[in-house]
Design a binder for this molecule. Sequence first.
Ligand code: BES
Ligand code: ZN
Length: 457
Amino acid sequence: MPQAVDDFLSKNAARYEDELCELLRIPSVSADSKFKADVRRAAEWVAGQFRNLGLTTEVCETAGHPIVYAEHCRAPGAPTVLVYGHYDVQPPDPLDLWTTPPFEPTRRDGNLYARGATDDKGQMFTHVKSVEAWIKTVGKLPVNVKYLIEGEEEVGSEHLDGFIRDNAAKLKCDVCVISDTSQFGPGSPAITYGLRGISYFELKLQGPDRDLHSGVFGGAVANPANALAKMLAALIDDEGRVQVPGFYDDVAPLSDRERKQFADLAYDEAEFMQAIGVDALRGETGFTNIERRWARPTCDVNGLTSGYQGEGAKTVLPAKASAKFSFRLVPKQDPEKLKSSLQQFLLQRCPTGIKMELIAYHGAPGVVVPLESPYMSAAVRAVEHGFGRKPVFIREGGSIPVVSTFHDLLGVDTLLLGWGLNDDNTHSPNEKFHLADFHRGIKSSAALWEELGKLKH
Ligand code: BES
Ligand code: ZN
């Protein structure tokens, strides 16, 4: 990479952090309509960055939150890279567990604390600043770049597929790049080649037409809270196996080779437990902790509501109970296929006297991307330049729905280059981004443009 680019990155490091703080101050919580104007403000802020760099930029309306599109395609004969990221964030609750407020970014111990610091504002921003460094020094880029930065990732990217379908010609590219994943561990950069998919549901149960006295009525009418607990408990057995019929039919099995590769990674289970404050691990029998998280499907309750939640005791038989829960899926499992067998499974277990409603929210299939490609080799060299160490190849358990959409609608694979750490507290209180990783990410990204630029289109 030209020395001038590297020098520019070092000289401007403090300003990059300050600019990221500006974006982090905007509470762009996509799930909560109270923040709708802030979500738009974040989109405009991102668009402003691209405009200042002279990129052709649009803030595109959708039926939900806007999508920011920008491009700089002035390298004829070189590949075209589509960078995806998201400027929306998860809700910050519970607020009282934050050491410093979620939307007042604070530097502490080499980390920047704020909601969205790694997921995904900080990571996405690395690909903006790397382009800036090339434009402000060399005056041009060695590749063609297109950016698709959305505002609904944390709520299932509802309007993204339609946008990609409608704009497929404009989005045409050779490879996609996403930084919204993690390193294997501190000092161990990684490229992620597999992600789990997801299928998200809400189950609503309605019993009597109002809350009742549990002494007068208890034992004589079905209690929706009792029923909900039983129905949810039936979803997964004591061996950690999902009980919905057909659930495992299409699961891609783990090869011996991959199991060995996972086992060869330097991994400390005790450290993993300590980091999340548990004294034991639990999951599907017959699989290691890494296999369970990266390559096995599962089911988790994400939220439960029923009855009295206030102070002290109240003897009530609640009229309603509901739960949000989701399945993590692995490649070859179809998120759409699950709904009907799940509906039947739950209906069979729903007691008489209770009405049941099952709502399907978003879904996305699991993905694996090819390891053997010139793009992947270029990415390996770029990450090595930025982090001073060769990346390891990992899979991860989270989901990024757009990866399969890019494959299906644009016919391209994605490079998942994560600069985060597993203990960055994404979706939790005290989310952070290790600042050294922010800068290494920018450097890797700047090197990526050069490495990809060397490849023939
Ligand atoms: N950055 C995550 C995805 C992720 C997390 C990938 C950890 C790899 C490791 C992303 O922002 C996210 O949280 N996605 C959601 C997707 C869902 C809302 C469809 C997820 O995984 O829950
Ligand atoms: Zn994310």
